[in-house]
Design a protein around this ligand. Structure first.
Ligand code: C2E
Ligand code: MG
Ligand code: MG
Ligand code: MG
Length: 274
């Protein structure tokens, strides 16, 4: 084929080197080696009770340090890990890592904080997912009740399958949170069929609180709806005190964001808890 297109093909290839798709290929190749060469690590963002400032839990977030390209955002590499199926192995590693770190805190008397773990839909749909979660939690002897799995509204695309999977997960004892809530325009009528414990108000609506034209009206609507449906409600991406005031005034009791703390390594969390 290359011969056929001759020069043109070469030109095309050359231009291709500078495109997104080449970066994606480089990342994909890199991802395949990243687990074995310890390029990942986990950081944890504390979640707070807004009224008292007490840490009630942490959200685990993955970090990847590429040997040549430096830090790569999970926003960029998680979708590639999903497409290639690598998310299954990476997801298992994440779970092992968070269980280990959780046990560290617990050994130091901080076993009462909750651990939230992001799960991608592709990972959740894997045959072995439930048994793998169960196996890792047993292996590390952690209480599933202290663990919360964060999934996005994209699970709604496969609602019947999702209901089955989520119900099985709930039977293990883990809690379920809907991440980035409101961003995915999920049908509220479906929401009530899912065994959900918590919704996380998406950062965009928390940002809106500071916007004089919106005055946080959507954030308020989501908080009220969440409470009406008996979900726990947490706000994410809080960056300013004004937002905390608004959230408290509107009965949202939990939050996380750079205003309180950025994501931190395991030992920094230990220091915070002590
Ligand atoms: P997410 O689960 O909604 O996580 C929140 C993201 O917002 C994190 O970015 C966090 O560092 C950032 N953040 C927290 N507070 C603030 C704030 O006040 N202001 C701003 N501007 N940002 C804030 P991060 O770590 O880059 O993760 C991005 C997304 O990548 C996550 O969104 C999640 O969807 C995905 N992700 C991260 N870690 C994992 C993981 O371990 N597994 C899976 N499956 N996905 C992950
Ligand atoms: Mg999350
Ligand atoms: Mg989120
Ligand atoms: Mg997000």
């Amino acid at each position: 084929l290359a011969k056929e297109h001759g020069k043109n093909n070469f030109q095309y290839y050359n231009e291709g080197l500078n495109t997104q798709s080449t970066r994606k290929m480089v990342l994909e190749v890199g991802l395949r080696k990243a687990l074995d060469t310890n390029q990942f690590n986990m950081v944890y963002q504390p979640q707070f009770e807004l009224e008292t400032g007490t840490i009630i839990g942490v959200e685990a977030l993955i970090r990847w340090e590429h040997p040549e390209l430096g830090p790569i955002s999970p926003v960029e590499f998680i979708p590639i890990a999903e497409e290639t199926g690598l998310i299954v192995q990476i997801g298992k590693w994440i779970l092992q890592q968070v269980c280990r770190d959780y046990n560290q805190w617990k050994q130091h008397g901080h076993g009462s904080i909750k651990m939230a773990v992001n799960i991608s839909v592709r990972q959740m749909q894997e045959q072995e997912f439930i048994s793998s979660v169960k196996q890792v939690m047993e292996e590390y002897n952690v209480d599933p009740n202290m663990f919360e799995l964060e999934i996005t509204e994209s699970i709604m695309q496969n609602i019947n399958q999702s209901i089955v999977i989520l119900k099985e997960l709930k039977q293990l004892g883990v809690k379920i949170a809907i991440d980035d809530f409101g961003k995915g325009y999920s049908s509220l009528s479906y929401l009530k069929h899912l065994p959900i414990d918590k919704i996380k108000v998406d950062k965009s609506f928390v940002d809106d609180i500071l916007d004089p034209t919106h005055n946080g009206s959507i954030a308020k609507a989501i908080i009220d709806m969440g409470h009406n449906m008996k979900f726990t409600v947490i706000a994410e991406g809080i960056e300013e005190e004004k937002q905390v005031d608004f959230l408290l005034k509107n009965n949202c009791k939990l939050g996380q964001g750079f205003f309180f703390s950025k994501p931190l390594p395991e030992y920094e969390i230990m220091k915070l808890l002590s």
